[in-house]
Design a protein around this ligand. Structure first.
Ligand code: NAD
Ligand code: IPM
Ligand code: MN
Length: 357
């Protein structure tokens, strides 16, 4: 059966890595006899905003809601549009409107990539950050008062609902239970954030009672970030609120050598709206237009998309190809962030050739 994919390249290097993501997807689809149909959209990027005064057309929800998945590059170009406008007008809308309440972000030290942490080799860092993706610190409740005066105040409320916490915890516990180590770490800050975070801890404790075989621990976010650097091998599944998960899912991949390889799956497990697949990184204005962006985060996001669409074998073939090409570490093929002199295209094509077999 044909699966319909909405493709949104977005801004900056999004427009450079998405074609490599599609190239790899095409090769995997050919090899595994999968039928994907792409439809490209030119909105949810800053140029659209400059032309139309908004990031998306009024009917964006209806245009996108029936797709099987969204394949997104990156969005944001602060010199053109303030970030809070471009991001709240696009990706954050998708996550909330399509109820993509899980943001699944693998952190894996891949072969051929040097970790900035001394003596860490491939296989030693291999965990997931499960980020709550629709509420928490990313709430639209709040406002500014007394603007322009000495008494100016900005307030933004954190929202933690029982249903919102429980559903992300359930996903994270299920994931931990399915993995050999069966270990779950909760990111908290209940010593300082005295209402929402103790509530989060309470829900973790309640959920843990249903998962006797999962080994549960928790750390305050400050020491947790330190432990990501000092002991990344301790972690298996790390569950976190929206903001903590955002921070951990840049820090984790940084420990694996480059944030550019990190993928993400914004999942709506209920399946009533499309899930969205995009790299963890942003539009990288500093290197955009040079053709040197590493496409692996985008390509691996495509692998997660195939997995989500029921083609785990094709998803695995993409990840295997990524690992094989990285293990060879040909400097002519690798992008500069992983110590090569290659381009987005040389690396993308090498991976695609490997997928094709
Ligand atoms: P960024 O991830 O775009 O870039 C951070 C650093 O990492 C830069 O030095 C960049 O060159 C490098 N980098 C990122 N991706 C790379 C890749 N594929 N290959 C090689 N190097 C790569 O983060 P930023 O600079 O904080 O944000 C830039 C813009 O992107 C902002 O507008 C921000 O809001 C937006 N942003 C969007 C997303 C998203 O679309 N999901 C995520 C993060 C940031
Ligand atoms: C990410 C990004 C977004 C987030 C930004 C761009 C709003 O950093 O996907 O991690 O904070 O979720
Ligand atoms: Mn982020």
């Amino acid at each position: 059966m044909t699966k319909r994919i909405a493709v949104i390249a977005g801004d900056g290097i999004g427009t450079e890595v998405v074609p490599e993501g599609l190239r790899a997807l095409d090769a995997a689809c050919k090899r595994f006899d999968i039928d994907l149909e792409y439809q490209h959209f030119d909105f949810a990027c800053c140029d659209y905003y400059l032309q139309h005064g908004q990031m998306m057309p009024d009917d964006w929800f209806d245009q996108l809601k029936d797709f099987d998945a969204l394949f997104y590059g990156a969005v944001g170009w602060p010199e053109k549009v303030p970030d809070h406008i471009s991001l709240w007008g696009s990706i954050l809308q998708f996550r909330r409107a399509f109820d993509q309440y899980i943001n699944l972000r693998p952190c894996k030290l891949l072969p051929g990539i040097k970790s900035p942490l001394a003596d860490r080799t491939a296989g030693e860092i291999d965990f997931y950050v499960v980020r709550e993706n629709t509420e928490g610190e990313y709430s639209s409740i709040g406002g500014r008062m007394y603007e322009g005066t000495e008494r100016e105040i900005a307030i933004q409320e954190t929202v933690m609902s029982r249903a919102g916490i429980d559903r992300v915890l359930k996903y994270a516990f299920d994931l931990a239970q399915s993995r050999p180590r069966k270990k779950l770490t909760s990111a908290t800050k209940s010593n300082g954030i005295s209402i929402t975070m103790p509530y989060w801890d309470e829900r973790v404790k309640a959920m843990a009672e249903q998962y006797a075989d999962v080994d549960v621990d928790q750390y305050h976010i400050d020491i947790l970030t330190a432990n990501f650097v000092m002991h990344p091998d301790w972690f298996d599944v790390v569950v976190a609120s929206n903001l903590f998960g955002d921070i951990l899912s840049d820090l984790g991949p940084a420990c694996t050598g480059t944030i550019a390889v990190a993928p993400s799956a914004n999942i709506n497990p209920d399946g009533n709206f499309p899930s969205m697949f995009e790299p963890v990184h942003g539009s990288a204005p500093d290197i955009a237009g040079k053709g040197i962006a590493n496409p692996i985060g985008q390509i691996w996001s495509g692998a997660m998309m195939l997995d989500h669409l029921g083609h785990a074998d094709a998803g695995k073939a993409i990840l295997d190809a990524i690992e094989a090409v990285l293990a060879e570490a040909d400097p002519k093929v690798m992008t500069p962030d992983i110590r090569g002199q290659g381009t987005t295209e040389t690396l993308g094509r090498a991976i695609t050739e490997r997928i094709a077999g």
